[in-house]
Write a protein that binds this ligand. Structure first.
Ligand SMILES: [Zn+2]
Ligand SMILES: [Zn+2]
Length: 141
């Protein structure tokens, strides 16, 4: 029996598959297909320098949606000097790769860090209280 926690539905074709625990949630055949598509896009850009999502899509047959996904996954990047941008999903400003602009990425990571630290603090406090109670019980015995 495979571990149920690591059997997931492929995000592309919906088929159940054994997830290896890293990378995109895609079954092996979709991942292979994805890599081939990405290979086409990369080869086209290697040859042509820069191109719009539309141009790449026309030349390679890869959908613009997929090309945009490569951008948000930071697999593709919009080069310096290009008039094309994608938008930061938090503040909507222009970025060239990924999901967040530098400012939002910095703010998000520091917010996450803060949340983690306050959670760890609460946890530590709870543990101490429990230790205290255990002492009292032991004394009674
Ligand atoms: Zn699949
Ligand atoms: Zn932003």
């Amino acid at each position: 029996m495979p571990d149920k926690a690591s059997v997931l539905a492929c995000s592309r074709c919906g088929r159940m598959f054994q997830y290896s625990g890293f990378g995109p949630v895609c079954c092996s055949s979709c991942r292979e297909f994805d890599d081939t598509e990405f290979g086409k896009v990369r080869a086209y850009l290697d040859e042509n320098g820069t191109a719009t999502a539309y141009e790449i899509s026309q030349a390679t047959g890869v959908t613009e949606k997929t090309i945009r996904r490569y951008l948000t996954e930071s697999r593709l990047e919009i080069p310096e000097g290009s008039p094309i941008f994608i938008q930061c999903t938090v503040c909507g400003c222009d970025i060239r790769s990924g999901k967040y602009c530098m400012d939002c990425a910095k703010r998000l990571s520091s917010e996450l860090q803060g949340a983690y630290m306050s959670f760890a603090g609460d946890k530590a406090k709870t543990v101490n209280e429990n230790t205290g109670r255990m002492h009292i019980t032991k004394k009674r015995d």
